[in-house]
Design a protein around this ligand. Sequence first.
Ligand SMILES: [Cu+2]
Length: 318
Amino acid sequence: MNTASRLLLFATGLILVFGLMFLAGRALVPESTVATWTRQAEESSAAHEETMAPELHTGGSHEGAEAGGPAIGGLSLEEDGYRLGPIEAPEQAGKPGELSFRVYGPEGKPLTDFAVAHEKQLHLIAVRSDGSGFQHLHPEPDNPTGNWSVPVTWPRGGTYRVFTDFTPAGEPGRNLVLGRNTEVAGKVTPVPRPLSSRDTVDGFSVSIDGKFEAGESEPLTVTVTRGGQPETRLQPYLGAYGHLVALREGDLAYLHVHAEAGPEEHGSDEGGHSHAEPEAGPEIRFVAEPPTPGRYLLYLDFKVEDRVHTAEFVLEAK
Ligand SMILES: [Cu+2]
């Protein structure tokens, strides 16, 4: 027998032995354990792919993004060592006051360096647990203490979820959404939230259309009209013609919804150069990916005549 044949025989033997071990493993180890191993292997390979991939990572939840699923955040006050400290806020409904907090970095010190995203270092969303009383605020930082504050008035009593949406400086792509509850005294009457893809706000009629399916990344189109006429005087707000926040009903998981847009996509002049402005309405396009079936509460901020208006929708993902 020559060397090559001997090696071949050896290799065949190895394959046979490993094959038998694999079969034995299958037979002796419970299915659930095998499933865990398989999942861990898939996760680690996905994580590896992510480090290789050059694209911007845009998720609040890294786990979701690593598994290739939709990115959600806001379910925890801590992520990747970053922590949202206690919220100081008015305890009574209807009383103007100040909301303040600190964000702590992985070393436990108040974080003072934030990257600007959508024109701000930090975006704050507050909403009551039933989805009512939505507010989108921009607190001011007080450095070097790391304290953030913003005036606030709670419309009604109840439990409010406060989301801080930010990207630590020097960590491009690491967008974090940390959430924390705060209690407000006052009578609590839950507000019913029927399904609705249309809203009327400050004289504007706003509708939202598109496929909205669990696990699918699909475009959503918002159309703004006033007095039956298309509204074409939308003004840029936070770097786009609209800003959409989507929360999952039940746990208020915070979904990242991205404005699809971009001047390049709208203007295509012959010179190959495109300096056309994106259209200022009546349509605004977004891409959303609901992670699970169920209902989602959507809040669209748009700006006309220097005023920001918020339209609200409730969509069901199949
Ligand atoms: Cu904001």
